[in-house]
Ligand binder design. Sequence first.
Ligand code: NOJ
Length: 761
Amino acid sequence: MKTIKITRVCAVAVILLCLVNTKTHAQMEETKVDINQKVESLLSQMTIEEKVGQMNLYNGFWDVTGPAPEEGNAALKYNHLKKGWVGAMLTVRGAEEVRNVQRIAVEESRLGIPLLIGFDVIHGYKTLSPIPLAESASWDLQAIEKSARVAATEASASGINWTFAPMVDISRDARWGRVMEGAGEDPYLGSLIAKARVNGFQGDDLSAHNTIAACAKHFAAYGFAEAGRDYNVADIGNGTLYNTVLPPFKAASEAGVKTFMNSFNTLNGVPVTGSSFLQRDILKRDWNFDGFVVSDWASINEMIPWGHAKDKRQAAQIAANAGSDMDMEGYVYIQELAQLVKDGVVKESILDDAVRRILKVKFELGLFEDPYRYCDDDREKEWTYHESYREAVLDMAKKSIVLLKNDNNLLPLKKNGQTIALIGDLADDKSSPLGSWRIASDDDTAVSVLEGMSSYKGNTLNFSRGPEVFEGTSTFLQEVKINTTDTSGFDEAIATAKAADVVVMVLGEHGFQSGEGRSRTNLDLPGLQQELLEEVYKVNPNVVLVLNNGRPLAIEWASEHIPVIVEAWHLGTESGNAIANVLYGDYNPSGKLPMSFPRNVGQAPIYYNNYPTGRPTDKDGNVFWSHYTDVEKTPLYPFGHGLSYTTFEYSNLKVTNTYKENQEVKVSFTLKNTGSLKGKEVAQLYIRDLVGSVIRPLKELKGFELIELEAGTSKTVEFVLTKKELGFYTNQGEFVVESGDFKVFVGGNSNAELEQGFTLE
Ligand code: NOJ
């Protein structure tokens, strides 16, 4: 077994080095040919059962991330490992544990094929970055890539060589708990983030010991679970499929992601796990994807309760033929597939195709060269919770914070001579900020807001918990219990607020209130928190509301009354420090919302790139137009919104249309920092195609740049729109650019009002 040691001193250098290409093109081509030959040679030695074995993914022995199957037990799994009937395992972790299972596969099975070891490294392994939705609010692609790099470095030192991330599902409905795992509502932003995450996990050399295979999930349309209820049907039109759902998956594929995961939902009546249209036609044929597709947890079996397969045999047949290459903890392939091949119902070539894809990834990871390359105890010791990660996740956390509102410039807080009341159960919580999907992390390892703020010594900080928000300890498997009756703590909180100059209230959702299986029909502040907020506001209106949440919340009352609102999501290990840095102005916030915030839950799904309707305004002053009678149809905070401690102005928008001659439209404008502080702004460019053979959205993001400017300075910002940005997919999936009138908008959020028109001839 090889031992690769890396000293502490060069930690950061190593992390950064991995972002740099290390192999020449010729070397990579040579490796490809070599790998193909090795795959063919191995495949030719395999029995049908061994081929099916490679298509079989078992969960480990301790943690579960889905309903426990009836079939599985440890003895059976060990027995199958010995027979070479297991291609991969998930949720086995730690160098020693991984080595134990890898050793059986490699040393006791006939062909000794090493295992892939999968894990949900969603926003870190033990050291946690902000939840992916929060990271997306940074719009900082380099930081997001680095965050994935850090996660891969830590996870790979613990035996993991494959992550079930990134989740690239576009989601518009905050009721769906898994919005926390994705990049929000926009396909353009989502595609760039998908690419950044894939690059971060996989690096440029998959065979390096600190890079891991990534997995674009959940293919496809899982984010469109009807009514935001997890595992529900997705019923969407082709326009939405091609223009909204698929682009981030395509971007991941183009970035070289090694695997895809399908999902639990149906798409227009067909469980996607059994969809040949998605997996064979679009992914493998049209996009030329040469990695493999893993099912989601028992999603092949779930075609039975869905009413698409009558039994396991039929489920296995449909899924294999449709291009699902690997069965996650479903026991269907291992039980049915070999016989299906022998009966001539599934062609052996289907197995060969799947196994080739799987083996290729194993070769690329370097597992055949050294199956234990991810299982080095010294490396694990050194790289778990490595101190260099803290700086990276703190940086990411600060960049993820969105300043929603800052009336009277109440923020940043003065650093001296103030009495600050810090209120809220969540302010003292060291677990909740770690967020959902953090199976490997240790509880109570986040810096709380109380700890973060306590390091600023110039003020008097009085903490009052207020009423308990969450009852008992919450876990990944259980629903969070909310206190709705016990008001003890109110009086003390109100008295503390009354005696303060400024009140900082940390309110919101528990980290486990979002994530898989955590759909909500109510987007309000849980439990007694709204009441507490209103009571505190009555005695001291100088309230800074710090939100902790994994999804957009409906905070209309707060938005009307509370002068300052800071969206701080679930920010991971360095949460409290990041929040304190922003509150005290040591970091000038620049985050922008990746999802629209609704006024109330009845607006869900709500998203900026919606369509005009035939009755967009109330021009006649009567009710016959597209609106709600009880609330504005606009969101409370739009996609792309986020303030800074300085201000920015957009002017001088120019459009140069040379599309006919050289296929491009140039856009330029001036961005000026008009405030008194240095700050960063995400300058956003949207277009509208005014008339289309298929109607086009009111606005579509087609460019953005994160720009830092000193106070009083300005910059000319330029974008180039090409066919790629100006076209769209028809309902038949054909990409077209249609002639006609367009508009360009630029600004600091999706309400961008500075506009110019141009015409494509
Ligand atoms: C089910 C989830 O949908 C998927 O995202 C995850 O990767 C698997 N379980 C494995 O934990």
